[in-house]
Design a binder for this molecule. Structure first.
Ligand code: NAP
Ligand code: MG
Length: 512
């Protein structure tokens, strides 16, 4: 398999060395039919071009889907434990390359090294989990209601799966999709976000080096409407998995529904963290900071609303704001930096617009709110960690996903009031509660309308082997992670074997 092209540096203008990536289709590196490319730039220093990728179009999608279709015919017949062994080997390769891939990721999308190492680790964890799944893929074997008849159900792969990913967890989210899909016997075409193709290519390189055959995984780089949309529309793509915004998810879900394609949508969030009077306040402050400003607030599960009971409200705000002011913002390659830049200029503009909206709505901006552009920071998309207090839950900054380091602190009366505020939004991804009262904790677990609830931890921190996803506008009922992914990437076939040598009629021949 041609792997050299991927890492071979090319001379750009005779001065700088920039890696140029072709698309990866049928195990070959091929240029886009468009003849055009685009740059992947470092959001911490936009003078740096991290790599160049193909600007793919419908013709490229057609080629990739054809390759996947051909590969699927053979791959589906490879025993699942053999498929899984390749995924296991990929985990070991990723361990060796973890630091290199983390650095690539920090350069391509800005989050700090500690977090990009975590992102690669999540792909490793997902690889080990899914490798184990190759020896399970359990299905039910049940007694038949008739004599001398055997009844069972097996999981079968769906065919070619189309995948579209966002930029905030560029390797982890690609791994949540690709790994269960191929262990289940599907072939894939993936289009990563234009901001972060490199991390997906790094993952696919590891899988290729681990022995995944040509055509089983195909990667096309490019822009959403040009390369993503034709993938979701292609008649030979039999399932679509999308992670991204609710707006794009709605379009993709509508397209998929027209041809009855299974479609998994993992969308936005506006995640609440509730702090009750009896909480360990120091723990809640630290958790809130990590949840709100980790990944520069650019997590679907980011803690974007903190709902604090009135008895500790002022104390919580004081401690939280004092700590938020001390967060070190800068280039994520510097190990002392705690928060990197916004991923691109558009996201920074969105953040700044929401800060204006919050001010105009009458929320109190207590810290942050400004772009940071002094010294080296002038070359990147940096923003101060921003805190609004005394926020009314109906305000736009308390209702809409911002996807930046902007948090709304909302006072509340008691748990019941807090849960009502928490639930009164469009989304339902993650949620959290800080309390020492086990009764209140379990009541919140029952009543918070969200796919995930944390007790005494912030809204972030999912592990790969439990279902991941949300309710309401966060998705359409599917889950990634754990058995949820296996459910999505397989279809049931029920099998009845009658060894009675007579015609037995179900529901009719009851021997009565
Ligand atoms: P986005 O704008 O919806 O983009 C996501 C992906 O869709 C990108 O690859 C994008 O390509 C592609 N795309 C855009 N328009 C498309 C179209 N018309 N047809 C097909 N594909 C299209 O979201 P984002 O800004 O990258 O990511 C942030 C959003 O993702 C947030 O809302 C966040 O909450 C959500 N998210 C959800 C989860 C979850 O599991 N629930 C996890 C992470 C992120 P280009 O960018 O290349 O144009
Ligand atoms: Mg970039």
């Amino acid at each position: 398999m041609a792997t050299d092209t991927m890492t071979k540096p090319v001379i750009d203008g005779g001065t700088t060395k920039t890696r140029v990536f072709k698309n990866f289709i049928d195990g070959e590196w091929v240029e886009s039919n468009s003849g055009e490319t685009f740059e992947d730039r470092n959001p911490a220093d936009t003078r740096e071009v991290v790599a160049i990728f193909q600007r793919s179009n419908k013709a490229d999608v057609d080629g990739a889907v054809d390759a996947a279709r051909r590969a699927f015919a053979k791959w589906r017949l490879v025993p699942a434990p053999r498929r899984a062994e390749m995924v296991f080997r990929a985990a070991e390769i990723l361990i060796e390359r973890k630091e290199e891939h983390a650095r690539d990721m920090t350069r391509e999308m800005g989050k700090v090294l500690k977090e990009t190492r975590g992102d690669v680790q999540e792909a490793i964890d997902a690889a080990y989990y899914n490798a184990g799944e190759g020896r399970r893929l359990f299905g039910p074997t049940v007694p038949s209601e008739l004599p001398n008849k055997f009844a069972m159900a097996v999981r079968q792969p769906i065919g070619v799966c189309g995948m579209i990913t966002p930029w905030n967890f560029p390797m982890a989210i690609s791994s949540w999709k690709l790994l269960p899909a191929i262990v289940c016997g599907n072939a894939c075409v993936i289009k990563p976000a234009q901001d972060t193709p490199l991390s997906t290519f790094n993952l696919v390189q590891a899988l290729t080096d681990a022995g995944v055959p040509r055509g089983v995984i195909n990667v096309i780089a490019g822009y959403g409407p040009e390369a993503g949309a034709p993938l979701t529309e292609h008649p030979s793509v039999r399932a679509v998995s999308f992670t991204g915004s609710s707006a794009v998810g709605r379009t993709i879900g509508t397209t998929a529904a027209k041809s009855f394609k299974p479609c998994s949508l993992e969308l936005g969030g506006k995640n609440p963290m509730i702090v009750l009077d009896d909480a360990n306040l120091d723990l809640a402050v630290e958790g809130g900071l990590w949840g709100a400003f980790g990944t520069t607030g650019q997590r679907c599960t980011a803690t974007s609303r903190i709902i604090v009971q009135k008895g500790v409200y002022h104390k919580f705000v004081d401690h939280f704001v004092a700590r938020a002011k001390k967060i070190r913002v800068g280039n994520g390659l510097d190990e002392t930096v705690e928060m990197g830049p916004a991923v691109n200029e558009k996201q920074l503009t969105t953040d700044l617009n929401y800060i204006e909206i919050g001010k105009n709505e009458g929320a109190k901006l207590i810290t942050g709110g400004n772009r940071l552009d002094q010294g080296e920071l002038q070359h990147g998309w940096f923003l101060e960690p921003t805190v609004f207090i005394d926020v009314d839950p109906k305000m736009r900054i308390a209702q809409e996903e911002i996807f930046g380091p902007v948090v709304a602190i909302i006072p509340c009366e008691d748990l019941e009031d807090a849960i009502a505020i928490a639930n009164n939004i469009e989304y339902g991804l993650s949620s959290s509660l800080y309390t020492k009262d086990v009764n209140k904790a379990f009541a919140a677990v029952r009543d918070l309308e969200a796919g995930i609830t944390y007790i005494n931890a912030p809204t972030i921190g999912a592990e790969v082997h439990l279902p991941f996803g949300g309710t309401k506008a966060t998705g359409n009922g599917h889950r990634e992670g754990g058995i949820g992914a296996v459910d999505f990437y397989t279809e049931w076939k029920s099998i009845y074997v009658d060894y009675s040598d007579t015609l037995q009629k179900a529901q009719i021949d009851r021997g009565e």
